[in-house]
Design a protein around this ligand. Structure first.
Ligand code: ATP
Length: 386
C-alpha cells in the first residue's frame, strides 16, 4: 500500500491554467474519487499522477518517492481508461499479461499473475477469447485485470464505467469496491457519476476550474459542503435554492426574507459567518428535506406539480414553486425537486409542502456556507457519567 502526495502542482497549457496549486495527500490504501464539472481538470490531474502529462511546477510523490520527472512506466501505477484500450489482436490472456511481458518477467510468473487476476474478476473462461468476442463489461474487467497483474502501487481509473449500461455500471461499481477491499491498493478514480463517487470513495475531491474546492468523506461533503458550488454539485437530484436577504441578526440566529416564503430563522450559524443585516444570501434545501405533509413546525410553501417520476421506492416530484429554483438542468426547467415516499399529487395540481428550518442551508454572497443542518443528532445524556 502506497501513499500519493501532490505538492503545489500546477499545469499550464500555453496561456490556459488547467491545474492551480493542487496539494493533496492520499493515504496508503485510500480510495479517492475526483469529481467536478466537465473541463475542471480531473483527467489532467490523473494524467499528471500517471506521468502522461508533465506538470508545469510542483511535485508528485508515490510510495514515498518523488516521481515528478519519471516516465509513466517507472512510477508503479496502472491506469484503467474508459475506452478499455485493449489490443484487439491479442487474447484476453495476452492482454492481461502484456505489461509483465514487456517487463521481461518469466512466463510462469506471468501465467500465475494472469490466473489470479482472472480468478478475482471471474473471467477465467474468457482467457482465450479476443476482446471483440466480449461484452463491454467483460472488456472492462480485462482492462482492470491487466492493471492488477502489474501489482501497481496505485490504480488510476479514468471514468472506467462510462461506456457501460446502467445495470452493468452498478455491478462493476460493486466489483471495483470489492476489489479495493480485497487488494487494499491505493486507488484514484475520476468520474462524472455522483453515485459512483458517493458509494465508492473513502474521500471525494471536488474540483472546479483547476482548484480543489473541498476534499472529504462523501457524507461529510454532502452534509457540510464548504460552499454553494459543492452544495449544488453533490446530490442527485440537486439542492434547491432561492435568493433572499438577511432581515435581522440576533443571538437567536439570522432572520431571512425570501420572496414568496414565510420569514425563516436560521439558528445554526458558523461562528465567523460574517453576515450583516441587509446582506443578500442564498437559501438552500435538499429535495429529501421537502415534505408533502407539512407539520406545524415547518415553513409552508405551495407549488404546482409539473411532473412526477415514480421510482418505486420513492417519487421525484418536479414542482414549480415561485422563487425556489433547482440547480443545473435536471429537467431543463426551473422546477424544484422534491423526493418523497408519499404518493404524488396529480400532475398540474397545486399543493402545500414544507421543510423544517433546521434543514436549511445558507450561503453568503461569496458562496461560503454559513449554515448547514446539524447532521447527527445525539440526544443529550441525562447522566453525565454515562
Ligand atoms: P471532462 O470531465 O470533460 O473529461 P476534465 O475535468 O477531465 O473534463 P480535463 O480533460 O482535465 O478536464 O481538461 C481540463 C482543461 O484543460 C479543459 O479546459 C481542457 O480544454 C484543457 N486541456 C486539456 N488538455 C489540453 C491540451 N492538451 N491543450 C490545451 N488545453 C487542454
Amino acid at each position: 500500500m502506497s501513499n500519493v502526495k501532490l505538492t503545489s502542482v500546477e499545469k499550464h497549457y500555453g496561456s490556459f491554467h488547467a491545474l492551480k496549486d493542487i496539494s493533496l495527500e492520499i493515504a496508503p490504501g485510500e480510495f479517492v474519487v475526483m469529481v467536478g464539472p466537465s473541463g475542471c481538470g480531473k483527467s489532467t490531474l490523473l494524467k499528471a499522477i500517471a506521468g502522461l502529462e508533465e506538470v508545469s511546477s510542483g511535485s508528485i510523490e508515490i510510495a514515498g518517492r518523488d516521481v515528478t520527472r519519471e516516465e509513466p512506466g517507472e512510477r508503479g501505477i496502472a491506469m484503467v481508461f474508459q475506452s478499455y484500450a485493449l489490443y484487439p489482436h491479442m487474447t484476453v490472456r495476452g492482454n492481461m499479461g502484456f505489461g509483465l511481458k514487456i517487463m521481461k518477467r518469466p512466463a510462469d510468473e506471468i501465467e500465475a499473475a494472469v490466473t489470479r487476476a482472472a480468478d478475482i474478476l471471474r473471467i477465467t473462461e474468457h482467457l482465450d477469447k479476443k476482446p471483440a468476442q466480449l461484452s463491454g463489461g467483460q472488456r472492462q474487467r480485462v482492462a482492470i485485470g491487466r492493471a492488477i497483474t502489474r501489482q501497481p502501487h496505485v490504480f488510476l481509473f479514468d471514468e472506467p464505467l462510462s461506456n457501460l449500461d446502467a445495470a452493468l455500471r452498478t455491478q462493476m461499481r460493486v466489483e471495483i469496491a470489492t476489489l479495493h477491499k480485497q487488494l487494499g491498493t491505493t486507488m484514484i478514480y475520476v468520474t462524472h457519476d455522483q453515485v459512483e463517487a458517493m458509494t465508492m470513495a473513502d474521500r471525494i475531491v471536488v474540483l472546479r476550474a483547476g482548484v480543489i474546492e473541498q476534499a472529504g468523506a462523501p457524507l461529510e461533503l454532502y452534509r457540510n459542503p464548504v460552499n454553494h458550488f459543492v452544495a449544488s454539485f453533490l446530490g442527485a437530484p440537486r439542492m434547491n435554492f432561492a435568493e433572499g436577504r438577511v432581515a435581522a441578526l440576533g443571538p437567536g440566529g439570522a432572520v431571512i426574507d425570501i420572496p414568496g416564503m414565510p420569514q425563516l430563522t436560521v439558528t445554526e450559524l458558523i461562528p465567523d459567518h460574517g453576515l450583516e443585516a441587509g446582506m443578500p444570501v442564498t437559501f438552500g434545501i435538499r429535495p429529501e428535506h421537502l415534505s408533502l405533509v407539512p407539520g406545524s413546525e415547518m415553513i409552508r410553501l405551495s407549488g404546482t406539480l409539473r411532473l412526477s417520476e415514480e421510482l418505486g421506492r420513492e417519487n421525484v416530484l418536479y414542482v414549480d414553486a415561485g422563487d425556489l429554483r433547482a440547480t443545473g438542468s435536471d429537467t431543463g426547467t426551473d422546477s424544484i425537486t422534491l423526493v418523497t415516499g408519499e404518493r404524488a399529487p396529480p400532475e398540474g395540481s397545486s399543493f402545500a409542502f414544507g421543510f423544517e428550518p433546521r434543514n436549511a442551508y445558507l450561503f453568503r454572497p461569496d458562496g461560503k456556507t454559513v449554515s448547514a443542518p446539524r447532521s447527527v443528532e445525539t440526544p443529550p445524556s441525562s447522566d453525565p457519567e454515562a
